[in-house]
Ligand binder design. Structure first.
Ligand code: HEM
Length: 217
């Protein structure tokens, strides 16, 4: 066996620096330290709408793919919760009030592309968002609840009502990653696509900061 360390571990190690960059982006850092506003939070939720619409449409197409199928679970589905959050945060006409930022549009185009053609690429994007939501997302939720006085309305996106134990769910997910019969070349391609996904997330925080600067100028 050429791979001594499990794939999930290799993936985490090779993407650690990119995770730190995403996590440390100013827009996110400000939200986490009380410098972000309620509107900043809404702007982030609005971008999530477009991203999860893309991932979850791709998931519908990928359900028949033998590699992607084990990762796809209704327990993860976020779009209805995001829609409820936006209705609560913006109002009934929320859909007319939101547009994708440039990075979101590019991110969505990439998800659409791999979601139609490449299971490994789809899994890379699926992993980056959902495992993040089940990890740091839970910390983000607690801080947003404290900061903006949310109970469950407004942070439904971060509440996985069907996943009682996120840690166990993530462990199973990692076991599934380790079980896919990808060769070394494909594993490298998948890790590279996770790096692409992190890049989109970091760039999105930059777009959000730029849009904010423009709106207050
Ligand atoms: C304030 C922002 C963030 C915080 C505080 C944070 C925090 C964390 C923490 C503590 C973990 C480890 C949990 C564990 O070991 O089970 C984690 C894992 C993860 N985060 Fe984040 N994170 C943040 C932002 C992000 C962003 C923007 C993304 C990408 C969309 C992301 C994607 C991930 C992924 C994919 C994992 C799982 C890594 C693995 O175990 O393979 N995170 N995060």
């Amino acid at each position: 066996m050429s791979n001594i360390i499990p794939f999930s571990q290799e993936l985490r190690e090779r993407t650690r620096a990119s995770h730190s960059e995403s996590e440390g982006a100013d827009f996110m850092g400000d939200l986490m330290t009380g410098k972000g506003t309620h509107d900043d939070y809404i702007a982030l939720v609005a971008q999530h709408y477009f991203i999860y619409e893309a991932i979850e449409s791709a998931a519908e197409r990928m359900r028949i793919d033998p590699v992607a199928r084990p990762f796809i679970s209704d327990k993860l589905t976020r779009l209805p919760a995001i829609e409820e959050d936006l209705r609560f945060l913006i109002g009934e006409n929320w859909r007319e009030q939101i547009t994708p930022l440039p990075t979101t549009a590019a991110y969505v185009a990439r998800i659409d592309e791999v979601g139609a053609t490449w299971a490994g690429g789809f899994v890379a994007h699926h992993y980056t968002r959902y495992l993040g939501d089940l990890s740091g997302g839970q910390i983000i939720r607690t801080i947003m609840q404290r900061q903006f006085g949310f109970d469950t309305n407004g942070v439904g996106f971060y509440l996985f009502g069907d996943i009682a134990k996120p840690r166990e769910f993530k462990d199973t997910y990692r076991e599934q990653l380790d079980a896919v019969p990808w060769d070394d070349e494909e594993r490298t391609r998948v890790i590279d696509e996770v790096l692409v996904a992190y890049r989109f997330n970091t760039d999105l925080f930059r777009d959000l900061a730029a849009a904010k600067a423009q709106s207050v100028a």
